[in-house]
Design a binder for this molecule. Structure first.
Ligand SMILES: Nc1ncnc2c1ncn2[C@@H]1O[C@H](COP(=O)(O)OP(=O)(O)OP(=O)(O)O)[C@@H](O)[C@H]1O
Length: 271
């Protein structure tokens, strides 16, 4: 079942078309990474998906149903910007979240160990925490109500690798428990090893959605029997975890690694 489905989503802000056509299919229980260069529209997609921005057109479905207030408790979000009160203590911020979501306060400490946090951090003012600890607390806030879907917008951007490792471990743990994770990033290398699939957007358009696979091979000819993925103006053929990209009729491009495909689109060598 699809946990999140976005079809032909359009959004303009101040007369500027930001999302031209976003299509995303995120299946229950997978870690899906939404990638794209700076300004591609990733955050705008997330805000619109959550109903924080009103869509102009298109469909947004959560577990097969039109997005509504009832989904509030099914989704946990960690925004790119800190949304906590800087002057309040960490514990007061998290208690406030417990109140909003109607959850027991003991849940605040569920992830202390896996996130390698210290109890004394909870008594500090939010503004006194290091950037990495702030991110960890924000993640606790997103998880306390035990949501089915976790959305993370650039959660570890600018942090040291140790925190990235801690976050990855936690995400894999959540996946084991059947949770769905939507991880927004502009860095393929950060997400590649934990993602089941990636979606790539650029200039407000979905370019492709593909499973993460190590090997890409060039194969001549047309192969309608293979599984195909729509890649803008082209097709990606997949057979037995091997992938190759058809650029034009009778013109196939050798793609050895997912990185190569990604870089081609980032650099505009394929459009
Ligand atoms: N409120 C706004 N008013 C005008 N333009 C906006 C507004 N919000 C976003 N934009 C523009 O929309 C485009 C997409 O922005 P968005 O933040 O969604 O991209 P992004 O892919 O998340 O980028 P990044 O990786 O840098 O966070 C950018 O060109 C941005 O300048």
């Amino acid at each position: 079942m699809k946990a999140i489905e976005i079809k032909k989503l359009k959004k303009s802000i101040n007369g500027k078309l930001i999302l031209k056509e976003i299509n995303l299919n995120i299946y229950e229980g997978e870690i899906y990474s939404l990638l794209g260069p700076n300004g591609a529209g990733k955050t705008t997609t997330i805000y619109t998906l959550l109903g924080l921005l009103k869509k102009d057109d298109g469909e947004i479905k959560i577990f097969g149903e039109e997005l509504s207030k009832k989904h509030f408790k099914e989704i946990g979000v960690m925004f790119e910007i800190e949304t906590y009160n800087l002057e309040w203590s960490v514990i007061d911020n998290l208690k406030h979240m417990c109140y909003l979501f109607g959850v027991d306060e003991h849940r605040i400490y569920d992830y202390v160990e896996i996130l390698d946090l210290k109890r004394e951090d909870f008594r500090k003012k939010f503004k006194q925490l290091s950037k990495g600890t702030k991110r960890k607390i924000s993640l606790i806030g997103a998880l306390m109500h035990d949501p089915k879907i976790l959305i993370l917008d650039e959660p570890t951007s600018g942090l040291d690798p140790e925190i990235q490792v801690v976050f990855k471990k936690l995400l894999l743990d959540l996946k084991k428990r059947g949770k769905t994770v939507l991880f927004v990033s502009h860095n393929l290398y950060e997400v590649q090893e934990i993602s089941d699939r990636i979606g790539f957007i650029k200039s407000g358009e979905t370019i492709f959605e593909i499973p993460v696979s190590e090997k890409f091979y060039l194969v001549e000819g047309d192969y309608p029997e293979f599984q195909t993925y729509r890649v803008k103006n082209s097709k990606l053929y997949v057979f037995d975890e091997k992938m190759f990209l058809k650029i034009k009729p009778k013109n196939y491009q050798m793609i050895e690694k997912l990185e190569d495909l990604y870089v081609k689109f980032i650099e505009g060598r394929v459009s």
